[in-house]
Design a binder for this molecule. Structure first.
Ligand SMILES: Cc1cc2nc3c(=O)[nH]c(=O)nc-3n(C[C@H](O)[C@H](O)[C@H](O)COP(=O)(O)O)c2cc1C
Length: 322
């Protein structure tokens, strides 16, 4: 059975987004939440955990993610999450952004196998299970070869591999040879993540890696929310455009209730469209118009007109179209 998870995208896949997505578009089995950072001391501002309160996460099972290089702080936050009901937490070893990686966190830690080993030893007695989301290295893919035996010493719930280097950010090709190495050598279950944008991408990868049954998709699903259904063989709605509009309208309503000030709301909706526009005919044109709006009233007028008069959702391509 194929398990599909929605990737964490900070600034996008918060509780409102991932639960609204799941209500409108079937196919995902679970998601990893965007990372929380650890904090000094043993008190956390409760607002930091709002996104993960079970009451805000009823529509899609979620695994919280922590970005940290401090094992003791990680354990404190993981235990709080366990107390909220989470049996697994995910450790972010992939974040490529220089502000994070230069401080030895996320993919910045991948050059330090000893630190990773001692981190894992320190957190081994935490109450919840651990999953890891990693890249194949920070500077070169030899790094993952040293890390897999270290990961193998711990019973991970899963090892999610995005086969790029930290320094690549999101550029260049995914390195399938290195992914193959992880798959052959990991004793923990391995999940593939990266550049699945169309059903054909999924089919090509699953032909190459028939033993993989866990897949994670981010940007491809934000651009084409029907992608998980297409992969799972779930019939698409008769009127895909209506589903997208309902999804948009619900997101807009929920964000307008939560975010203070039109600027925040507008910023959030622009981030949504950055990906969602890709499925529409003349996507660049509409994206440009959206990005130019400065007031929420102008945004609402633009989007109302767009859905009523212009929007043409391009039936997402199937493998035979490729
Ligand atoms: C804007 C943005 C934010 C992201 N935030 C996170 C994050 O909080 N945690 C994480 O593990 N990965 C994060 N990622 C990486 C994605 O989860 C995923 O690994 C990456 O986009 C590759 O998968 P995809 O090609 O299916 O999108 C982020 C990626 C983007 C583009």
């Amino acid at each position: 059975m194929t398990t599909l998870s929605l990737a964490p995208l900070r600034g996008l896949t918060d509780a409102i987004y991932r639960n609204t997505f799941a209500r409108h578009f079937p196919g995902f089995d679970l998601t990893i939440a965007p990372f929380l950072t650890t904090f000094k001391g043993s008190k956390v501002k409760s607002a930091k955990l709002d996104d993960l309160l079970p009451a805000n996460n009823k529509d899609l099972p979620v695994i919280p993610q922590i970005l940290s290089k401090d094992a003791d702080q990680f354990k404190i936050l993981a235990t709080m999450l366990f107390d909220l009901g989470y049996e697994t937490v995910n450790w972010n070893l992939g974040c490529p952004y220089p502000m994070v990686a230069n401080k030895g966190r996320g993919s910045g830690l991948l050059t330090e196998p000893n630190k990773i080993a001692s981190f894992l030893e320190t957190i081994a007695d935490m109450p919840c299970a651990l999953s890891i989301k990693t890249r194949i290295g920070r500077h070169n893919s030899a790094e993952i070869k040293e890390l897999i035996p270290i990961f193998n010493a711990f019973p991970l719930q899963e090892l999610i591999v995005h086969p790029r280097l930290g320094v690549q950010l999101y550029k260049g090709e995914v390195d399938l040879e290195s992914f193959s190495f992880c798959l052959a050598n990991s004793t923990n279950p391995v999940t593939y993540n990266g550049d699945i944008c169309r059903p054909a991408d999924f089919q090509r990868l699953s032909r190459r890696f028939p033993e993989v049954d866990r897949w994670m998709i981010g940007r491809g699903a934000l651009s084409n929310p029907f992608l998980p259904s297409q992969i799972k063989g779930i019939p698409l709605p008769q009127q895909p455009l209506s589903s997208i509009k309902l999804f948009h309208d619900e997101l807009f309503t929920l964000y307008s209730q939560r975010l203070r000030g039109g600027g925040h709301l507008l910023g959030r909706m622009k981030a949504v469209w950055f990906y969602l526009a890709a499925g529409f005919k003349n996507s660049r044109k509409i994206l440009k118009k959206i990005q130019k709006t400065r007031k929420i009233e102008a945004y609402t007028a633009l989007i109302t007109h767009f859905f009523a008069e212009e929007a043409q959702w391009q039936q997402p391509t199937s493998s035979s179209d490729d």
